[in-house]
Ligand binder design. Structure first.
Ligand code: 5AD
Ligand code: SF4
Length: 348
């Protein structure tokens, strides 16, 4: 079978071997066929609705030193901030007023927000009848349990790369096994679990990317967020090349074909590489957009990588723009919470 035939078959079987994934990822002439196929699978399984999630970046303080990230602890060249609980809750209220049904609370690994502080914030936001997604990094199972009991619905924790040796090189003092354990703990606690990877990391091969995709399938993830690695100044990887939009979209499209009914965001990193990146992603398997609803002063300081798309828009403008673009594609903005259709396990 050639790659087109392999993809055609996978559209109904949702199975691809590592060798097949590698062959497709290496194929320079397959992108448009692959993207179209993933778009068809997306339409068949999750329909034409696009779910918006309002992203609140509430602290850029981080105890980790991930080699690729501008927020890493050893970067003394950025201004650090941490929002008050009241401020975070107010941003969630504003997001609700704009029509968002979900907020994503994201931060560096900031120990200031201990279990009591986090559960207080989660409870207050749940009172607003919003779905709550957390993206706070690695915590103990007890902490994850406390957040869940406070009402959190989903948790995002990218595996970043499933190659243990590369993972270890890029994450000083962190354990790959613990990260995997965190993901399984979250699943066990009943969260909708999101993970994902960076594409185009130094020394990353297409074989590793194929393994990443197979890991998503094995974990049976509810959401996969991935994007190109964009070299960030003031990090050890500042001189590296970074990933391309094409290979990122290929990994994303293959993920859609293998996990047909999950939620897949068109990520900011994709739009950062190409003005049209998010739209291309929405036409290649993605069904979610996560506009940044953090106030401008803070979102500028949440500088994971340079040139983050959407920095100069207010949340209101951004929502208007993205709505227009989505409607132009013949798609609609969802009015629902956008849970993983197969699970629908929320309290809302
Ligand atoms: N380029 C692209 N994405 C990055 N992230 C961190 N640093 C970079 C970078 N330089 C991603 C990681 C993390 C998410 C919050 O941001 O995948 O999980
Ligand atoms: Fe911290 Fe996340 Fe950046 Fe790593 S990727 S340094 S955990 S903010």
């Amino acid at each position: 079978m050639n790659n087109k035939e392999i993809i055609e078959k996978a559209k109904t079987s949702h199975i691809l071997s590592k060798e097949q994934l590698v062959s497709i990822l290496a194929d320079k002439n397959i992108s448009s066929f692959l993207f179209k196929s993933a778009d068809e699978v997306r339409q068949q399984f999750v329909g034409d609705e696009v779910h918006l999630r309002g992203l609140i970046e509430f602290s850029n303080i981080c105890r980790c030193n991930c080699f690729y990230c501008g927020l890493r602890k050893d970067n003394n060249n950025i201004k650090r901030y941490r929002l008050e609980a009241e401020k975070i809750i107010n941003i969630a209220k504003t997001a609700k007023a704009y029509g968002y049904k979900t907020v994503v609370l994201q931060s560096g690994e900031d120990a200031f927000f201990n279990t009591d502080k986090m559960t207080e914030i989660i409870k207050a936001i749940k009172q607003l009848n919003l779905a709550v997604t957390l993206s706070l990094g690695e915590k103990t199972k007890e902490e994850y349990k406390a957040y869940k009991e406070a009402g959190a619905d989903r948790y995002l924790l990218r595996i970043e790369t499933t190659d243990k040796s590369l993972y270890t090189k890029l994450h000083p003092n962190m354990s790959f096994d613990n990260r995997v354990q965190c993901l399984y703990n979250l699943k066990e606690l009943g969260y909708e679990v999101g993970t994902g990877c960076l594409v185009g990391l130094p020394q990353q091969t297409i074989e590793m990317l194929a393994d990443d995709i197979l890991f998503f399938k094995e974990l049976d993830a509810d959401m996969i967020g991935l994007g190109p690695f964009i070299p960030s100044p003031d990090t050890p990887l500042k001189k590296e090349k970074g990933g391309t939009l094409d290979i990122s979209l290929k990994v994303m499209a293959l993920t859609r074909i293998l996990l047909p009914d999950i939620n897949i965001p068109a990520t900011t990193a994709m739009e950062t590489l190409d003005y049209n990146g998010r739209i291309m992603a929405l036409q290649s398997g993605a069904n979610v957009v996560m506009p940044d609803v953090t106030e401008e002063t803070y979102k500028k300081m949440y500088s994971i990588y340079p040139g983050k798309a959407g920095l100069n828009n207010t949340p209101e403008e951004y929502k208007k723009n993205i709505t227009l673009k989505i409607e132009k594609l013949g798609r609609t903005i969802s009015n629902g919470y956008g849970f993983h259709t197969r699970r629908q396990n929320s309290s809302l």
